[in-house]
Write a protein that binds this ligand. Structure first.
Ligand code: SF4
Ligand code: MG
Length: 304
């Protein structure tokens, strides 16, 4: 069953006196119940904006987002907490998303109240994320980054989401905690029948947990497919570059040297294929016409 369907979504950021930034420029994506989809790409490609729009934070300029068959309507500013929608998000920085002045058990209890769950306790959820039950009475600053992220996951799960979204949930963690936390999110989501949209720039971790991957570049999904198939035979030149990325000391990926430059400014994207200024396979057609098809949006892979 399709849980989340994003269709030709466009999201623009408008700042007075500045050019409109099309952070998401016509992206389509779906997540089924019990499925793990990895959304990958460099920073600044629109992954977080897409995730926030799915949660009802911000309004699409065009396109649709539907969740459990119903359109997602933007939440008002006063209801930024998306807990009522059945979607829960886990963010990059667990320290910022937890309230430093409240005991972790009380914060998890908020989620249980959202789900009207009176039979589960915060300690039960700590247990499920692999932490001691007695942590419930302690404060976020007493924990490591990996432990705090487990607490944030416990709080998200307390609300019994049908869809869990992780927006770079492991990128602030030590290498040793990254795979553990990613696997934990996968196991807990699948076990409860929820879908998981896992956003990361780290393909090696996504490969461990995702059933399917979607590769995003400058506001567009440029390749989608089953993880094992994409891994065995990446077809879009950007996907190939991501797979060849060398881990930097801080854990972020560094694209191979033959890929020049950074992600262009989304306020003035290149004409034609958005990847063409950096593409080692660029052809004339690429500079003129945008490849607007799937599953691989590249003129080298135009469907027959
Ligand atoms: Fe490279 Fe052309 Fe494919 Fe774009 S469409 S990725 S420029 S080959
Ligand atoms: Mg981001």
């Amino acid at each position: 069953m399709t849980l989340l369907k994003v269709d030709d979504l466009v999201v623009e950021h408008r700042t007075p006196g500045r050019p409109v930034v099309r952070a998401v420029a016509g992206a389509s994506l779906s997540v089924a119940a019990g499925e793990v989809v990895g959304l990958v790409g460099e920073s600044g490609c629109g992954k977080s904006t897409l995730a926030r729009t799915v949660c009802g934070i911000g309004r699409p300029a065009s396109g649709t987002v539907s969740f459990q068959g119903r359109p997602v309507t933007p939440l008002g500013l006063r209801r930024r907490d998306s807990s009522l929608t059945g979607i829960q998000m886990v963010f990059q920085d667990p320290y910022a998303s937890l309230n430093p002045r409240r005991r972790v058990g009380d914060q998890i209890a908020d989620g249980l109240r959202t789900a009207a769950d009176t039979s589960t306790t915060p300690a039960d959820l700590l247990d499920r994320v692999g932490l001691p039950r007695e942590f419930a009475t302690r404060y976020p600053h007493e924990f490591s980054g990996g432990q705090r992220q487990r607490i944030a996951i416990a709080r998200a799960l307390a609300a019994r989401p049908s869809l869990l979204i992780g927006d770079e949930p492991i990128s602030a963690l030590d290498a040793s905690a990254q795979a553990q936390v990613a696997r934990l999110m996968r196991d807990l989501a699948v076990e409860s029948g929820a879908g998981l949209l896992f956003i990361s720039h780290d393909l090696s971790v996504v490969r461990l947990i995702a059933d399917r991957i979607a590769v995003m570049y400058l506001g567009k999904i440029v390749e989608t497919g089953r993880t094992d198939e994409v891994w065995a035979d990446p077809r879009h030149p950007y996907t190939r570059a991501l797979l060849g990325a060398i881990p930097a000391p801080d854990g972020a990926g560094v694209l191979p040297a033959e890929l020049p430059g950074d992600v262009p400014d989304p306020a003035s994207p290149p004409a034609g294929c958005r990847f063409h200024p950096r593409c080692p396979k660029v052809m004339d057609v690429c500079r003129e016409r945008e490849p607007e098809f799937g599953p691989v949006a590249c003129w080298l892979h135009e469907p027959a």
